[in-house]
Design a protein around this ligand. Structure first.
Ligand SMILES: [Zn+2]
Ligand SMILES: [Zn+2]
Length: 265
């Protein structure tokens, strides 16, 4: 351990499912042989963090739990087996804190499906503390010229939609419809899609979201799901010959868009 790492720190801690979340002093964990310790400078907050507090999912969290899986900071200590991180490097804590790296899923870049995955802020302590542990093989490498506050939300919201766009198989020049385009995930999806050369049809509601999605985030068309008489038809009409988009990215939380997605493309 390096000298400047304290033994105590402040953290947001859940002692029991259902809360409350308490801001209190806890020990700073020591990194295991294959782990790094990150001094968290910024953390995003994800809706999953609320599910963890409330115990909404069948998979139980560890308790007591420090939540958070969008943490960006500086490496301040590392285990003796870690050779490819230096103290002072910038690193990110993602939802997937570590996996076995040996199963079929891990070997095919499907680490989120690994049965032994460690989940930050869920099955292991996450980024709502000053010093957080990450598996060295899985921590995100952040270039030093990239602002850490801007990177924090990319570590979950950004990765989620980037992976969705990548897995969709849509190629540059093709159309992608993004449902919930003006929200937290959707606004990132629009920007990635544009950067990937995709042509975006944003679906959301209201003038404010319309102007953001089309003027700031680069969508070519906007369909207002609240005022549209037929969302499926309007989305299809925004593409050449009305054939519909090549892919649909769904970041809405209700069911209807999932049914419509199968109809438009
Ligand atoms: Zn998340
Ligand atoms: Zn695995």
């Amino acid at each position: 351990m390096s000298q400047e790492v304290p033994t105590k720190q402040m953290a947001q801690v859940i002692e029991k499912t259902g809360g409350p979340v308490e801001f209190k002093e806890i020990d700073v964990a020591k990194p295991g042989p294959d782990e790094i310790l990150i001094n968290v400078k910024y953390s995003g907050v994800c809706h999953t963090d609320l599910h963890a507090v409330n115990g909404d999912w069948p998979l139980p969290t560890k308790l007591p739990l420090v939540g958070g899986h969008e943490g960006a900071g500086v490496v301040v200590a590392k285990g003796e087996l870690v050779e490819d991180w230096e103290l002072g490097d910038h690193a990110g804590i993602k939802w997937i804190n570590g996996t076995c790296l040996a199963c079929d899923f891990c070997q095919q870049s499907d680490e989120p499906l690994c049965a032994k995955a460690l989940l930050s802020g869920y099955t292991v302590d996450g980024s709502f503390q000053q010093y957080a542990i990450a598996k060295a093989a899985h921590a995100a490498r952040i270039p030093k010229d990239v602002p850490l506050d801007a990177i924090a939300p990319v570590l979950c919201a950004g990765i989620t939609v980037y992976k969705g766009l990548k897995e969709s198989g849509a190629r540059p020049g093709q159309y992608v419809a993004i449902v919930g385009a003006g929200g937290g995930l959707g606004s990132l999806a629009c920007q990635y899609a544009k950067a990937m050369g995709l042509r975006v049809i944003g679906i959301d509601t209201g003038d404010e979201k319309k102007s953001m999605v089309t003027e700031k985030l680069g969508a070519e068309a906007f369909v207002d799901f609240a005022s549209s008489q037929n969302v499926v038809k309007d989305v299809q009409s925004a593409t050449p010959d009305g054939l519909g988009p090549h892919a649909v990215i769904l970041v809405a939380v209700n069911e209807k868009p999932f049914q419509q997605a199968a109809e438009v493309s």
